[in-house]
Design a protein around this ligand. Structure first.
Ligand code: NCD
Ligand code: ZN
Length: 356
């Protein structure tokens, strides 16, 4: 009986979608990520974005400097391996892709439709103009990571993911049949079905918030800005399907927290920023979600095997142990310049925790 498991040791997980930000923010975000994850795919939506291999190399060095200066163990420092991404713009060239593929540090390329989410103003305005770049990605076997939402003003925010799949992704797949694609942070049964219908070169990441919550959590009884992220939480029937596929053991679905820090005052505002901060508690969150449907035994594949398999990387050697012992999520973490960072479920109790 899986629901009697009190302790679970799994291979060390990786996070295939995280926002660490830059500058002083790294002092908080890097140790949180390195505590739980070996490899992390670092999103490139900085200001300005990470557009070239040189940008990526410099950003990785800034991340590593903050790691050395943190108080995490020498063992965790040695294990932490930030993998970089380039931000696709209208000006990205096939040469940029070739250099990325040969760099040894760039793991993928991220496409944000311009205006889709936080710091996406420099994103792609016309995806049909990316043909040369997509050909290069296919040639060099570099995955394309998608923020899968259309951005037209008139499209309802709850329909933006499905419209992207039907109108944009379906076309990309026809034209580039062997291009490796990750549909990032899927939020609908439509996206789950879409990914299931494709070959193994098309996969999806799923965040803890989309497994644990739906739009009622965001909106009923008052607006809860810490549940506001993009793509936005959908109705409960979608949440259930995401939980089904994440816990199904299908290697197309793997862990990507989309942990996206915004200072508390930027979230609790008249026009609050999109993004949930979860890096520090991601594993207890996922364990809670998997356990809620009696599938804690499926966590290791989702968290520690399938992403590495997709990216063609070895699985990690070390392990981490989760225990069915409650933990209290901190109300906030100190961030930078006197600001604070409020995590998902701040102040609440989670049934699972990481064993010391
Ligand atoms: C992310 C961020 O803050 O950078 N926000 C979010 O709501 N997920 C951007 C993104 O991944 O869409
Ligand atoms: Zn993201």
């Amino acid at each position: 009986m899986t629901d009697s498991i009190r302790e679970l040791t799994i291979l060390q997980p990786d996070d295939w979608h995280i926002h660490l930000r830059d500058g002083k923010a790294l002092g908080t975000t890097v140790p949180h990520a390195a505590d739980s994850f070996n490899r992390v795919i670092c999103m490139p939506n900085l200001v300005p974005p990470v557009k070239t291999v040189d940008d990526a190399r410099a950003y990785r060095e800034r991340i590593m400097t903050h790691l050395q200066n943190s108080d995490i163990s020498a063992e965790r420092i040695a294990a932490f391996d930030p993998r970089m991404t380039l931000y696709l713009t209208d000006n990205t060239t096939p040469q940029d892709i070739e250099m990325a593929a040969k760099s040894g540090i760039v793991q993928a390329v991220k496409l944000y439709p311009a205006g889709a989410t936080t710091n996406s103003a420099d994103g792609v305005t016309d995806i049909s103009a990316c043909v040369d770049v997509f050909e290069a990605l296919e040639k060099y076997d570099l995955p394309l990571l998608l923020h899968g939402e259309v951005t037209q003003d008139h499209v309802d925010i709850f329909d933006r993911e499905k419209r992207f799949l039907d109108e944009v992704l379906a076309q990309i797949i026809i034209k580039f049949p062997t291009l490796k694609i990750v549909v990032e942070h899927i939020t609908t049964s439509d996206a789950a079905d879409f990914v299931l219908a494709q070959g193994n070169h098309i996969a999806a990441t799923i965040t803890p918030q989309h497994l644990m919550f739906n739009r009622n959590h965001l909106l009923v009884g008052g607006i809860k800005p810490h549940f506001y992220c993009l793509p936005i939480l959908k109705r409960e029937s979608h949440q259930k399907v995401l939980l089904d596929v994440a816990t199904s053991g299908n290697p197309k679905f793997f862990l990507g927290t989309d942990s996206a820090p915004h200072a508390t005052d930027k979230k609790e505002a008249t026009c609050g920023c999109a993004g949930c901060y979860s890096a520090s508690i991601a594993l207890p969150l996922y364990a809670t979600a998997f356990d809620s449907v009696g599938k804690i035994d499926k966590l290791e594949g989702f968290a520690s095997r399938f992403g590495a398999q997709f990216y063609g990387l070895p699985v990690n050697q070390s392990t981490i142990t989760l225990v069915n012992t409650p933990m209290q999520v901190p109300n906030a973490y100190p961030y930078f310049d006197g600001t604070s960072l409020t995590p998902l479920l701040a102040g609440e109790t989670l049934p699972w925790s990481i064993k010391d």
